[in-house]
Design a protein around this ligand. Structure first.
Ligand SMILES: Cc1cc2nc3c(=O)[nH]c(=O)nc-3n(C[C@H](O)[C@H](O)[C@H](O)COP(=O)(O)OP(=O)(O)OC[C@H]3O[C@@H](n4cnc5c(N)ncnc54)[C@H](O)[C@@H]3O)c2cc1C
Ligand code: FES
Length: 237
């Protein structure tokens, strides 16, 4: 339907699905074919869904996402999905922690939780800031202080959890951020779910390329995740 630039190298893609397809739940993703000559699909999280329309927000990182950024309205996309196990949402006061291109799935979570929600959004710098308008209540942080407060999401999370009103934390972003968020949640005894990112091939649990150390074993991010309970992830493996 549309594929618009949202920020430097970040695009907002909206796709009309066939009428028999469910768009997916927060934390699920689609495996998108990015041009016929590229064998491997690219996993992109669902950012929003309405009836048979699904929204993705993605950053141009390499050849596949560059190809995707050139897709025009009216084109047909080859997408496999919705895939993966998403967030287990509870209608309880929830803090959403999003880092960089991990913010899009948090938008979908905010829409689906019927309880107070507050987002803690961290970006590299002012040029990387996206989607703040999608949250009614949020803290904005940048690594260099060029927008919002200077600092990291886990530091703000510690301040927020000290208030005692938040029962759940959902997080998506770079692994070091997720690890720090998991540690802060453990300090406060608050339930935390994290969406993990690993390179993927099949996307449906068959090839084990996306294995990730969880609970003393290896789990497939594409089929067993991408969302896991933070306390089960073996962060140092
Ligand atoms: C579950 C999941 C959800 C994601 N959701 C989003 C999202 O909502 N928005 C967004 O911008 N990005 C998201 N990503 C990251 C996105 O998949 C990669 O940025 C993208 O695959 C890069 O492809 P490329 O061809 O542009 O880059 P290249 O580096 O050229 O890709 C080469 C190969 O590596 C794989 N690859 C590269 N980086 C990653 C990565 N970080 N994760 C997984 N595979 C990778 C590609 O699939 C491809 O097979 C998600 C990743 C996962 C695992
Ligand atoms: S990508 Fe093949 S098992 Fe996960």
């Amino acid at each position: 339907m549309s594929n618009k630039r949202l920020a430097k190298d970040v695009f907002d893609l909206r796709v009309a699905l066939g009428s028999e397809t469910r768009p997916g739940a927060p934390g699920s993703f689609y495996h998108i074919a990015c041009g016929g000559e590229r064998l491997l699909r690219r996993p992109i999280s669902v950012c929003g869904a309405w009836d048979d329309v699904v929204r993705f927000v993605y950053a141009v990182r390499g050849e596949g996402t560059k190809w995707l950024s050139g897709v025009c309205s009216g084109a047909r996309l080859d997408m496999l999905g919705p895939l993966g196990r998403g967030f287990d949402l509870a209608d309880e006061p929830t803090l959403l922690v999003g880092g960089g291109i991990g913010v899009p799935p948090m938008v979908f979570c905010a829409e689906r939780i019927d309880a107070p929600v507050h987002a803690i959004l961290g970006f590299r710098d002012a040029d990387a800031v996206i989607l703040t308008g999608a949250f009614a209540s949020f803290d904005l942080l940048t690594d260099d202080g060029s927008a919002g407060d200077k600092g990291y999401p886990h530091e703000k999370l510690r301040e927020r959890l000290a208030g005692g009103e938040w029962k759940n934390v959902l997080a998506c972003g770079p692994r070091p951020m997720l690890k720090a968020v998991a540690k802060v949640c453990a300090e406060f005894g608050v339930r935390c779910q994290v969406s993990m990112e690993e390179r993927m091939a099949c996307g449906v649990g068959a090839c084990l390329v996306c294995a990730c150390a969880v609970g003393g074993t290896y789990k497939r991010v594409c089929a067993d995740g991408p969302v896991f309970n933070a306390e089960e992830v073996d962060w140092d493996v």
